[in-house]
Design a binder for this molecule. Structure first.
Ligand SMILES: Nc1ncnc2c1ncn2[C@@H]1O[C@H](COP(=O)(O)OP(=O)(O)OP(=O)(O)O)[C@@H](O)[C@H]1O
Length: 249
């Protein structure tokens, strides 16, 4: 099974340190891990460091994989401008790093990714003509179609309506289990993190200040000190934890 572990990981832009000394337990395939923290905490920077796009001290250890490209990444900026249809753009994402010849399996995986995300009807549309939310779902499909063992998504729900936010996170949750895929997902909605993720990591000013089972990590005191809101967490009638925000402080 794939695992990902960070040991004293740092990253900088030029001379400015952004991420500092991050050490995590070994996250495993099948887990959904929420990457949390306020704006500018360093979430996207940590993704880039894990991908090897940024250098820095420390070790990013990925083990238990035989794939040449075990990681797929959906960046936050999904400003797609190429003149491609949705189907072509997802197929192109699939073919990155593979042989040039498109096999039936590649086409089947494109259909599967579009179906999973409920966007098969958009297949023939030009990506440049899509709405922001539609484009964001296509970006998720572009990452998913690569059949990664580790899937990293940077705020994949930020442009989606409520139905699609819940649907997407539910699909990801299921796929993590079915494919024993490790999903790392940056989220601003802590209610979604509570509902869908097994574990959470919280960054503040580039440092990891909490990491563990989500319900242990998202507490009223963390909400106060890191997110600067007064909030409480109460079970809903079905027993799952709900976040109730009272005020910004
Ligand atoms: N290319 C860059 N060059 C220099 N500084 C950068 C660069 N990209 C990001 N930063 C800085 O690094 C810090 C962390 O940014 P990052 O995008 O990782 O935060 P984030 O937690 O993903 O934020 P958000 O929730 O707003 O998306 C910020 O202060 C940002 O201004």
């Amino acid at each position: 099974m794939v695992t990902l572990q960070l040991t004293h990981v740092s990253a900088r832009y030029g001379r400015t340190p952004i991420i500092q000394d991050i050490t995590t337990p070994a996250f495993q395939g099948g887990q959904m891990v929420a990457l949390l923290g306020p704006n500018a905490a360093g979430k996207s920077t940590l993704f880039r460091r894990i991908l090897g796009l940024l250098k820095g001290d420390g070790e990013v250890t990925i083990s238990g994989t035989s794939a040449e490209r075990p990681v797929a990444y959906m960046p936050q900026d999904t400003g797609a401008r190429a003149v491609l249809t949705v189907y072509e753009s997802v197929l192109l994402a699939r073919m990155q790093g593979r042989s040039l010849k498109v096999q039936n399996e590649d086409l089947a995986q494109v259909d599967r990714a579009l179906d999973e995300l409920n966007i098969a009807v958009l297949g023939e549309r030009d990506i440049g003509d899509l709405s922001g939310g539609q484009r964001q779902l296509v970006s998720s499909a572009q990452a998913l179609v690569q059949e990664p063992e580790i899937l990293m998504l940077d705020e994949p729900t930020s442009a989606l309506d409520l139905n699609r936010q819940i649907s997407l996170l539910g699909v990801l949750r299921r796929l993590a289990n079915e494919r024993q895929m490790l999903i790392l997902v940056a989220l601003h909605d802590l209610g979604h993190a509570l509902r869908f993720s097994d574990a959470a990591m919280v960054l503040e000013h580039g440092r990891l200040i909490a990491c563990g089972p989500t319900e242990d990590v998202i507490t009223p005191s963390l909400l106060q000190s890191v997110y600067r809101v007064n909030a409480r967490i109460e079970p809903c009638s079905k027993g799952s934890p709900q976040l109730i925000v009272e005020e910004a402080i």
